[in-house]
Design a protein around this ligand. Structure first.
Ligand code: Z2T
Length: 815
């Protein structure tokens, strides 16, 4: 496909034209936000043109399509990304400069769409980029939440949540497709009977109709006209508030139904790695699933006149169990609306659905009360019961007479629907997101299922959009790389490997250091402006940015920082490589320990900042409202990447890959994708510490872990915890946190994620980090080796693996 070319002059003219038509203003009078919107509209024209072409091709060649269903897509800003992908970033920058605007200022005008919590949602966005670039016919489906993830404010050290309204400036990228509106039915009653031909007739009445209105975001790929479409459903009520009903007593009922319908797409649930038990969440899941399937089926039937060949033409990929209702919903459509038999419908369904699991945390495994599913989607619950019955019969063949095992593996049991079991029963593929995680799924979490369906299980290690996270976020580094190895790595990320040939090139190594310094300066300026803290450019920028969760062990980092504070207080003249510890993290609003941990970080930050004896060597900074656009500034500035979850709990991690690609060195446990990062760079280029998974799991299972003994025997830890109990001079009481570590609580054992156990090993690894940093040339060489070996963590590679091993569709990616 030919690429559309844009010159600076053409862009200037097009931008001026948009300004005139949309704002009735001239360039000389335009405000930044108007310029932003004019640029976005110009680029959107190119994208919509390409989107139509792509849709026409899909229609023409009838190749298998991938439908990626996910409750979250954390897409980030679009203007720079689209300009880069279309090959017009330089021309746009120049055009803007001519008009008197700084490119970065204009990009800052765009809202950062927060339609996701963290890793899962960002992964989905990276995969859209990968599909567009590698030529997969992919459509993402999600919900057009009016309010995405909350905006975080820090007040008195504490997190305060504010609503996020992103639509005002974000909706330039969304194109409504009103004519493809679908109707989803929620609640109500079903009556079933058999007609004279013995065919089941389902009479569904008294339900609440909800309209699903699609908005399409064209997702560009790099150097291609192939567009991946992200279809976001908005919930609208079809119920007109008819005043005539007032007298009939139906008015209140109508208002209620109207409000319920429109609430569905109001808010993203802000929980990462935690199940949400609210009925609204289940309605959202069904709304996404039902609207999406109706959409796919209607188009399929229009083309082929039948759904019999559905599985040949479509893959329904479910991102974690949140969209698992696609399985019974597709069964419903095939049987009730297309007259298929159970067997035929089941063959099609289970040949179409593929499932990715993203966590082993038990509190994240979804199981909905049967009564709720029954109430909100009665026909679907009937079908789930039938799936369960047939599934249990099948299990009986594998475990004859073992009632206990069968009830353990059943889909419906104890009044609950286990979504993961339903997903496994009704899909042709189940994958984890890193080599270690996929092994844990097979050997532990889903071991019984693995014994039965071993061929369904596989691994696809996560990957990131390397153009966004390297080329766009760190243009200076990209330029340096390209001066040595060319631009081939943009589409062949493994070519980054060639950089390893320059390990002895001192000039390149020092350039690497210079670029890091520039990026550090940018972040330092931001910190100065937002936190009022002056950070030293000579200190190591040590970063832990990710959702706040106990298993991710921000606490281990904090405990170590407190111990360093004590060390510096005792030995003011000791040799110490200055360190700036940077945190960024949102806590789920209902997660008290996580919120208290944020407060703790801020208490420590203040204590140190007020202590002249320490503050020039040690700093703690909490960056408010961590989000994609901030990550794009932070990753390039980081020197140390903290990936310190307890082994066996972080399914993959993707921040770890973004840091690596930007030349930060990892201090981490052998968890998730850290294992593969370690393998890629070699032990000499990473700082590994702590228990490995078998040890951590055995210790937890033994019940013999006693952090109190560590507290009693390790004077460093003793003093850290005593300080925690005493507080940090601001009157905030942290005995609750100390108690959690020493005595347990919230129904859990003491120090559930074993921070104290790994403390000594972590402190020793941090010592190695400081030592390594003293030799800047060596450090830069390690950074180079990280960049050189990061190509395998590109999303293009992950997508190519999905395409080859699971979806069975073609890509243009060369491994
Ligand atoms: C999430 O971000 C992740 C897993 C979830 O399991 C839910 C959410 Cl919201 C249901 C994360 C994992 O914690 C992380 O290890 C992984 O890298 C990421 O998904 C993408 O796979």
């Amino acid at each position: 496909m030919a690429k559309t070319q844009y010159t600076k002059a053409a862009l200037k003219e097009a931008i001026a034209g948009k300004l005139q038509r949309h704002f009735a203003c001239e360039v000389k009078d335009a405000k930044k936000d108007q310029i932003y919107e004019a640029c976005a509209l110009v680029i959107r024209d190119a994208l919509t043109e390409h989107m139509i072409e792509t849709q026409n091709e899909v229609e023409r060649d009838g190749d298998r399509q991938v439908h990626y269903l996910c409750m979250e897509f954390l897409v980030g800003r679009s203007l720079r990304n689209n300009a880069y992908n279309l090959g017009m970033l330089d021309a746009l920058t120049a055009a803007l400069a001519d008009m008197g605007f700084e490119m970065a200022d204009i990009f800052e005008q765009e809202a950062d769409p927060g339609l996701g919590n963290g890793g899962l949602g960002r992964l989905a966005a990276c995969y859209m980029d990968g599909m567009a670039t590698t030529g997969v016919r992919g459509t993402g489906y999600s919900i057009r939440y009016e309010h995405g993830i909350f905006k975080q404010k820090i007040e008195d050290g504490k997190q305060v949540e504010l609503p996020d309204s992103w639509l005002a400036s974000g909706d330039v990228w969304q194109i409504p497709a009103m004519d493809e509106t679908r109707e989803v039915k929620i609640g109500g009653t079903i009556d079933t009977h058999f007609d004279e031909n013995g065919k089941l007739v389902v009479d569904y009445h008294d339900y609440t109709p909800v309209l699903a209105v699609p908005y399409d975001m064209p997702i560009s790929g790099y150097d291609t006209n192939n567009i991946a479409r992200l279809r976001l459903w908005e919930a609208k009520s079809p119920i007109a508030l008819d005043m005539k009903l007032f007298s009939s007593g139906e008015y209140l009922k109508a208002v209620e139904k109207h409000a319920m319908a429109e609430t569905i797409s109001m808010i993203l649930y802000p929980e990462d790695n935690h199940r949400e038990g609210q009925s609204l969440r289940l309605k959202q899941q069904y709304f996404l699933v039902s609207a999406t399937l109706q959409d796919i089926c209607a188009k399929h039937k229009a083309k082929y006149g039948t759904l019999e060949n559905f599985a040949h033409k479509h893959v329904l990929h479910i991102n974690d169990t949140h969209p698992t209702l696609v399985i019974p919903e597709l069964m419903r459509i095939l049987m009730d609306e297309n007259d298929m038999s159970w067997e035929q419908a089941w063959n099609i369904t289970s040949q179409s659905v593929a499932y990715t699991n993203h966590t082993v945390m038990p509190e994240a495994l979804e199981c909905w009360p049967e009564s709720l599913v029954q109430e909100l989607m009665p026909r679907v619950m009937q079908i789930i019961h039938e799936i369960n019955e047939r599934f249990c019969k099948e299990l009986w063949n594998y475990f004859p007479g073992d009632f206990q095992k069968i009830s353990k593996l059943a889909i419906v049991a104890d009044g609950r629907v286990r979504m993961a079991h339903l997903a496994i029963a009704g899909s042709f593929s189940i994958n984890g997101v890193s080599a270690l995680h996929s092994e844990i799924l097979k050997e532990r979490v889903f071991n019984d299922f693995y014994k039965i369906y071993s061929s369904k299980f596989c691994n696809v290690t996560n990957g990131i959009a390397h153009r966004r996270w390297l080329c766009e976020a760190n243009p200076e580094l990209a330029e340096l790389i390209e001066s040595k190895i060319g631009t081939g790595y943009r589409t062949h990320p493994s070519e980054l490997q060639v950089l390893a040939n320059y390990a002895g090139d001192k000039e390149l190594l020092s350039r690497l250091g210079e670029i890091k310094r520039h990026n550090k300066q940018r972040l330092a300026d931001y910190i100065k402006a937002h936190n009022g803290i002056e950070v030293s450019m000579d200190s190591i920028f040590d970063v832990q940015v990710k959702r706040l969760h106990e298993y991710k062990r921000q606490m281990l980092n904090i405990l170590h920082i407190i111990s360093l504070y004590h060390k510096l207080k005792d030995n003011p003249d000791m040799a110490f490589v200055p360190r700036t510890y940077i945190f960024g993290s949102k806590a789920a609003p209902g997660y008290a320990v996580a919120k208290k941990t944020i407060q703790l970080i801020n208490s420590i930050s203040n204590m140190i900042e007020n202590d002249p004896a320490v503050r020039d060597k040690l700093k703690v900074v909490f960056i408010e409202d961590y989000k994609v656009s901030l990550a794009e500034m932070i990753m390039p500035a980081a020197e140390v990447s903290e990936q310190i979850s307890i082994a066996g709990k972080e399914a993959s991690g993707t921040g770890n890959m973004k840091f690596m690609m930007n030349g930060a060195l990892t201090i981490g446990t052998m968890d998730g994708a850290n294992v593969e990062i370690c393998e890629a760079v070699g032990r000499d280029n990473i700082f590994i510490f702590g228990m490995e998974t078998p040890e951590a799991e055995a210790l937890a299972a033994s019940g013999n872990y006693e952090p109190m003994l560590i507290y009693q025997n390790d004077p460093v830890i003793h003093r850290v915890l005593d300080q925690m109990i005493r507080g940090f001079g601001d009157g905030v009481d942290y005995t609750d946190i100390a108690n959690l570590l020493l005595h347990g609580g919230n129904g859990g054992p003491a120090d559930r994620y074993m921070s104290l156990k790994d403390f000594a090993s972590y402190a020793e690894a941090q010592q190695r980090v400081s030592e390594a940093y003293r030799d800047q040339e060596k450090w830069n060489r390690m950074a180079l080796m990280n960049i050189a070996n990061s190509g395998r963590f590109a999303a293009d590679r992950s997508i190519a693996e999905y395409a080859q091993n699971i979806w069975r569709v073609k890509t243009n990616f060369a491994f």
